[in-house]
Ligand binder design. Structure first.
Ligand SMILES: Nc1ncnc2c1ncn2[C@@H]1O[C@H](COP(=O)(O)OP(=O)(O)OP(=O)(O)O)[C@@H](O)[C@H]1O
Ligand SMILES: [Mg+2]
Length: 239
């Protein structure tokens, strides 16, 4: 599903070049729910941006469903991203004066294909994220947890192959965070949605079935629930 080979990212600042990703190899299977953890500045958001085709690597390859993202022309990559990748951010990034329904439908307009079939999907999506009855509410009147639900529904409106989330619970208190994580688990379990979630929170990471620990632009640990001793590894992470 997601195949990353020798992924390298350098940022130039003046004369100074910093290597933020140092040749990462990573394979994520269809339907996996992966958490990415690691210290601030270790390159987690940079990786997510590259996986989503929002930025280009300095070197290396990123394949999503056998489509080589880094070889696409910019326009082609934009269209691929709209149709195949859903993003959720820490600060929701909604359009504040639009309603719940308008925000969720927004990506469909960008693609010029708002059909009745999709409109039905929007109703279903609103229900599936637990916002029934709030279709016409302006999103700036909602709680943080509700706004993040809108953002998740918007990310899923095009049936993306992959859902990428960068600290989706970073602005939420524990109980709202848990609601969002339960939602991710539901989409992962029921729709076999592939999810890659960056988080600082071991509680959030515990919802994933694989945790990748980043350090200094490289993968330091990669543990899977199926490996056994998962709880022990989690405890080590927290130490
Ligand atoms: N556009 C950019 N230009 C220059 N340097 C950048 C750019 N984006 C990121 N960096 C640098 O790359 C490094 C990794 O940043 P990144 O945002 O990926 O870290 P992170 O692991 O997501 O951190 P955090 O947990 O704080 O969100 C940092 O040193 C950052 O300053
Ligand atoms: Mg980050």
């Amino acid at each position: 599903m997601i195949q990353v080979n020798n992924l390298t990212k350098e940022f130039l600042q003046g004369q100074q070049s910093t290597q933020v990703l140092k040749g990462i190899d990573l394979n994520i299977k269809e339907g996996e729910f992966v958490a990415i953890m690691g210290p601030s500045g270790s390159g987690k958001s940079t990786l997510l941006q590259l996986l989503g085709g929002l930025d280009l690597p300095t070197d290396g390859d990123i394949e999503i469903n056998h489509n080589l993202l880094n070889k696409m022309k910019e326009k082609e990559r934009t269209i691929f991203r709209r149709r195949n990748i859903g993003f959720v951010f820490q600060n929701y990034q909604l359009l504040p004066t639009l309603t719940v329904e308008e925000n969720i439908a927004f990506p469909l307009h960008a693609d010029g294909k708002l059909t009745n079939e999709k409109a039905k999907t929007i109703d279903e999506l609103i229900r599936s994220v637990g916002l029934e009855g709030l279709n016409d509410k302006r999103v700036n009147l909602l709680s943080g947890g509700q706004q993040q639900r809108v953002a998740i529904a918007r990310a899923l409106v095009n049936n993306p192959t992959v859902l990428l989330a960068d600290e989706p619970t970073g602005n939420l208190d524990r109980s709202m965070a848990e609601e969002i994580l339960v939602l991710f688990s539901k989409f992962h379990r029921e729709n076999k949605q592939t999810i890659v979630m960056v988080t600082h929170d071991i509680f959030a990471a515990g919802f994933a079935d694989r945790i990748i620990l980043f350090r200094d632009g490289a993968i330091d640990q990669d543990i899977s629930r199926r490996d056994g001793d998962y709880a022990k590894h989690l405890a080590n992470f927290m130490a």
